[in-house]
Design a protein around this ligand. Structure first.
Ligand code: URA
Length: 230
């Protein structure tokens, strides 16, 4: 009898392609879990449960020397449940003065870009890789990026956007973990831990080089099209 049962189990297993004991399937991790897996398990941001508390943490922490030199931390702003997040590089002089992202000349162009695809600042969330201004608007250095990135990851895990638009090379290469030039990263949708990431030119770069406005417009239209898709 026992022998017959073993035979039945073996033949059924073979028929449905099972070999060995049944192992329960792990549920797929959420976007928020996958993003927080990128942050060291001991990092304090794991204990922070709201955007307000995270902003408080940013304002009261000196993570790298430029944090001690800022007038204001620029945490980011917008809809805490936004489907779309825009990620820039770092605050400039105007942003440092006001404590808000993209309020200078590049920000005014960004407002027009957002409006051109029928969105507004209040619908989306705008943040930067760095929350403090690098002096003289130099590029962020790798230590600064490494120190501030956990904050951005926590922002993303709390907001859970469906789409992320990186503005410029630094944001695009940082989030995609790529050294490819922006020209290669833009113009396509990248799968990003369960959300969709697009890259485009930084508005400050568009002010310097109007030839990039056309491809930037293509990127914005792609974002709008994916966002509007049923
Ligand atoms: N440039 C950025 O990348 N971010 C800002 O907030 C302002 C200018």
């Amino acid at each position: 009898m026992i022998h017959a049962l073993h035979y039945l189990k073996d033949s059924l297993s073979a028929e449905i392609g099972l070999h060995g004991p049944l192992v329960p399937l792990e549920p797929e991790k959420t976007f928020a879990q996958k993003i927080m897996d990128l942050v060291d398990t001991q990092h304090p941001v794991h204990q922070i449960r709201s955007l307000d508390a995270l902003q408080e943490y940013v304002q009261s922490s000196i993570l790298v020397p430029i944090d001690a030199e800022r007038t204001n931390a620029v945490f980011g702003e917008g809809n805490p449940q936004a489907d779309i997040m825009l990620i820039g590089e770092a605050p400039g002089a105007d942003e440092d003065r006001q404590g808000r992202p993209f309020v200078g000349r590049a920000g005014q162009l960004l407002d027009k870009m957002i409006a051109a695809i029928d969105l507004s600042r209040s619908e989306i969330f705008i943040a930067n890789i760095l929350k403090s201004r690098p002096p003289g608007n130099r590029d962020p250095n790798p230590d600064e990026i490494a120190a501030h990135l956990p904050v951005l990851y926590r922002q993303m895990s709390l907001i859970q956007p469906k789409f992320i638009l990186c503005l410029g090379r630094i944001a695009s290469q940082t989030l995609l973990g790529s050294r490819a030039p922006l020209g290669k990263l833009r113009g396509q949708a990248h799968a990003y831990h369960g959300s969709t990431l697009l890259s485009s030119y930084h508005p400050a770069a568009l002010l310097r080089n109007p030839n990039w406005k056309r491809p930037a417009w293509e990127d914005l239209k792609l974002l709008r099209q994916l966002y509007s898709a049923p």
